[in-house]
Design a protein around this ligand. Sequence first.
Ligand code: VG1
Ligand code: CO
Length: 539
Amino acid sequence: MLKIVQTKPYDDQKMGTAGLRKKSKVAMQENYVENFVQSIFDAIGGVEGKTFILGGDGRFYNKIALQKILKMSAANGMKKIIVGQNGYLSTPTSSRVLLKNKADGGFVLTASHNPGGPNGDFGIKYAIASGGQCPTSLSDKIYENSKKISEYKTLDTADVDLSTISKQNLAGMEIEIIDSLNDYINMMEEIFDFPAIKKLFANGFRFVFDAMNAVTGPYALKIFEEILGAPKGTVRNYVPMEDFGGLHPDPNLIYAKSLVDLMYSDDAPDMGAANDGDGDRNMILGKKFFVTPSDSLAILTDNYKLIPAYKNGIYGVAKSAATSTAVGRVAQALNIGYYEVPTGWKYFCNLMDSKRITFCGEESFGTGSSHIREKDGIWAVLFWLNIIAVTGKSVEEITREHWQKYGRSYYMRNDYEIADAEVANLLMKDLENRLPSLEGKTFGNYTVSEAKPFVYNDPVDGSSTKNGLIIYFTDKSRIVYRLSGTGSSGATLRVYLERYETEKFAENVEQMLESLADVSRQIGEITERTGKTKADLLT
Ligand code: VG1
Ligand code: CO
């Protein structure tokens, strides 16, 4: 039965870098999810006659929010909704399903790499018909709606059973529950050389994949163990859990600790990899060896010819401004287009749609291609396995050869957790005002050549976005400052450090970047303003 519920607006439903992210307890407030979803429906001119995609990474509160959205969708007259079995859809799969079905939009219930559970985070990513995250112009409209919403539509009805592949009807809306694995796996088989990777495993290549108790577990189990024949035990932590088993599902050297410990032990396998909560991030490790995501993007691009789907040529490549310039050197050598965009995958989408780029990536462990409009964790892992299978080289050899050929960008991200968001905002504002006065100044061994805000003018839709501040130095080093847009409390100041070398490849990255980190604190007045003499998290 149709029910119109009176509600009061919340004033904090502004989307960040990728969707809405909140503490679970905030999202669980009365009508919180409903307000946000109705605000989306209203912002896109209603959902009558339209088709949408729905799923999530399985985190806490997914089950309840899925039912809320299903009932609201039917009550608002949606024609059809395609839902992953048991409510699971990784972010890349959802983009795939959306594009394949030419749907009008899609919801993924996730806070990505943020921890889950009652004391963790919950979130909603909203994608548009192009398969990518909704643009800022739309999220602004949704935010405006959410601040004045007074009612929403839902149904007074029993919950929908999402456990079996089926077609159901909810008050006139078709619900199609799909097996999301097969379709995604078929797509991967079309892109990569599965027979070559199968042979690699048959010849004893040792690989470990850590799904971090998150959504890619079932995909990884099927692809790596069942189809490609890697031995049982290759895929770890493969059962998706509501709280990720207490893990912080962010695949980096700090949070994927057990995998990192294994890869740095004397009995390390040949390659290790991990994905994040919603399956769009990846980390690549060799034996006692770590590949930075910035290098990974550059290496994948340089080796495109080894992959069946790309061997006939790629368009250009793009990276976020904060990502190291390594891929820029490859683009130059290959003579392909090269773009620098703000942080957030949505900025790559127009470039892919207009065939300007094929590959793109971010320093935050995100890599992907135009096969979908989101980053794709398993895709990146398969790309590495494919390169190894064809070349017979190790992760470390491939990376070192890349440095020999192009030089090396030593790279690190320093995160400062600042409890008072106002302190962080003011730090950025004042730094922006000081930028012109920095040019030509010397800090230790580093002389500033240029200092300016990063502004991106989209070549396709003409929109302009300002995100972060960049300091360039005369020796090609760079520092980028920006505030995170995915946190759920306080502020995170991200400081990205890059130093370029062509000859001496020292092993200790932290040491190589120590003086630049000091310079970043000095230029940003970080210690004075926050009391911090060191970053809280180095990745
Ligand atoms: C972070 C990363 C950014 C990434 C975003 C979403 O944003 O830095 O590169 O696109 O998370 O990732 P921020 O604003 O906190 O720096 V995820 O895996 O949603 O899907
Ligand atoms: Co993610």
